[in-house]
Design a protein. Structure first.
Ligand code: SF4
Ligand code: SF4
Length: 145
């Protein structure tokens, strides 16, 4: 195996791929990171299906807060669903478990970030008094927290 790799490199002059200048062709069924459609999510109605099946605890549901770190405050009546790409193993179990089709797998595998926190997607929902549903408040805005 190593010999064929070296042999190919000597023959072609290419020892590594050209990524990121040239992206590799992904195999069929490749799983990248999951993404959440906040408009479909039922977390405010008590759904925890994705959180329960996620083995590395990449999904967390708790009372909603606004802001990050030391600068955050609870939002009364709000729920917060966090998707942590630093923990996610891209297994797809949450997508299969979601009763609302709110989670989808993508082919995006580029997760480099400057800070650990940048890999956490925080979605805050609060109950709507008008229709009994949920209103999406926000992920943290740029520069917040
Ligand atoms: S893809 Fe797997 S590891 Fe990632 S959030 Fe979904 S269940 Fe968790
Ligand atoms: S399983 Fe789907 S609907 Fe339920 S909390 Fe997770 S993303 Fe939202």
């Amino acid at each position: 195996m190593v010999f064929s790799w070296v042999s190919k490199g000597l023959r072609t002059g290419v020892l590594t791929t050209r990524y990121p200048a040239v992206h590799e062709q992904l195999s069929e069924g490749f799983r990248g990171k999951p993404v959440l459609d906040v408009n479909r999510c039922l977390s405010e109605q008590g759904c925890t299906a994705c959180v329960q099946v996620c083995l590395p605890a990449a999904l967390e549901l708790k009372q909603g807060v606004q802001g990050r770190g030391a600068v955050h405050k609870p939002v009364e009546g709000a729920m917060q669903l966090t998707l942590d790409y630093a923990r996610c193993i891209m297994c797809g179990l949450c997508v299969a478990a979601c009763p609302a089709g709110a989670l989808q797998m993508t082919t995006d595998y580029e997760l480099a970030a400057r800070q650990r926190e940048d890999l956490q997607i925080v979605n805050v929902f609060e109950a709507s008094t008008e229709d009994g549903g949920a209103r999406f408040i926000s992920p943290p805005r740029e520069g917040e927290g």
